[in-house]
Design a binder for this molecule. Structure first.
Ligand code: PTJ
Length: 262
């Protein structure tokens, strides 16, 4: 695979950088082919949001971290896109939240699971990984994608399933799990079905959540409980749509032709 040669001065440097990471991950067998398409959809929504972390996402992240810190069996799920974009941050986040890590793939093959496990172990050789030999199945979810680990998602009370397919999110909610997702598309089924939806790019969301977790870890239980009680995911999704609407209105009124920065 050719090295990434784009100069840092390129106006779309970071976008191209992460695309390159995905290309590499595809070659290594970490990423599903459809992961490329999923990323493109995410990028399109990131443009609409403004490629920055917006206030509704900050609120969702705070509530998600509070919920994780209070959980009994918290689990952070990893798929191919996540392993390609934020492998190190995934491990750091699970540590900061005291959560287990489970490889859980939509397009599951034993080889991909192994490749992703090897990739994560490059960042922490001792990392504990679940989902390698899953023995349980999510009810009403057909084929490979329903396989989960008895010690992980199966017994979890709170699960983080980023960049996820809507069916599985819905099935996890139906199992009584509290489901948190990260999804740039506020209209996706996952975004609408989850208990907490973080509408942000995972490359910005995970570092932000790691910092939050380190800060909030020492907060009293009641304070964390209050954050969760006051959180309303419907309101968050509406606020994201209103943000996009207002942003597009401002851009349309201000004009974008030959404008360098949005
Ligand atoms: O690795 P696997 O086999 O588990 O497969 C992973 C994919 C992503 C291919 C699979 O879960 C899938 O098909 O997902 P969907 O249904 O395409 O949903 C992925 C969602 O993630 C879409 O709504 C995208 O907008 C969103 N998304 C893509 N990239 C990012 C993102 N959200 C946040 N940050 C991103 N970088």
């Amino acid at each position: 695979m050719a090295r990434f040669m784009v100069p840092k001065s390129h106006p779309r440097y970071w976008s191209l950088y992460y695309r390159h990471k995905l290309e590499e991950a595809l070659e290594k067998g970490i990423l599903a082919k459809a992961g490329m398409i999923a990323h493109g959809r995410g990028e399109a929504f990131d443009y609409l949001i403004g490629e920055k972390t917006i206030e509704p996402a900050e609120k969702a992240m705070k509530a998600a971290v509070a919920k994780f810190l209070l959980a009994e069996h918290p689990v952070v799920s990893v798929n191919g896109n996540v392993a390609a974009l934020v492998p190190e941050e995934t491990i750091e986040l699970a540590n900061a939240l005291n959560a287990k890590l489970e490889i859980n793939l939509f397009y599951r093959s034993e080889e991909r699971v192994r490749t992703i496990a090897d990739e994560l172990r490059k960042y922490d050789p001792d990392v504990e990984l679940l989902g390698i030999n899953p023995t349980k199945r999510i009810p009403n979810l057909e084929s490979e994608r329903g396989k989960v680990d008895e010690e992980g998602i199966w017994k979890a009370d709170v699960v983080l399933v980023p960049l996820e397919d809507g069916d599985r999110t819905e099935a996890l909610v139906a199992m009584g799990k509290f489901v948190v997702t990260v999804d740039l598309n506020p209209l996706s089924r996952s975004a609408r079905m989850a208990d907490i939806t973080i509408v942000d790019n995972i490359v910005r969301a995970y570092p932000y959540m790691i910092k939050l977790a380190e800060e909030m870890r020492s907060w009293p239980r009641e304070k964390l409980e209050r954050i969760i009680r006051n959180y309303d995911n419907g309101r968050t999704l509406n606020a994201v749509l209103i943000h996009v609407r207002d942003r597009l209105t401002e851009l349309a009124e201000g004009g974008i032709w030959r404008r360098k920065e949005l």
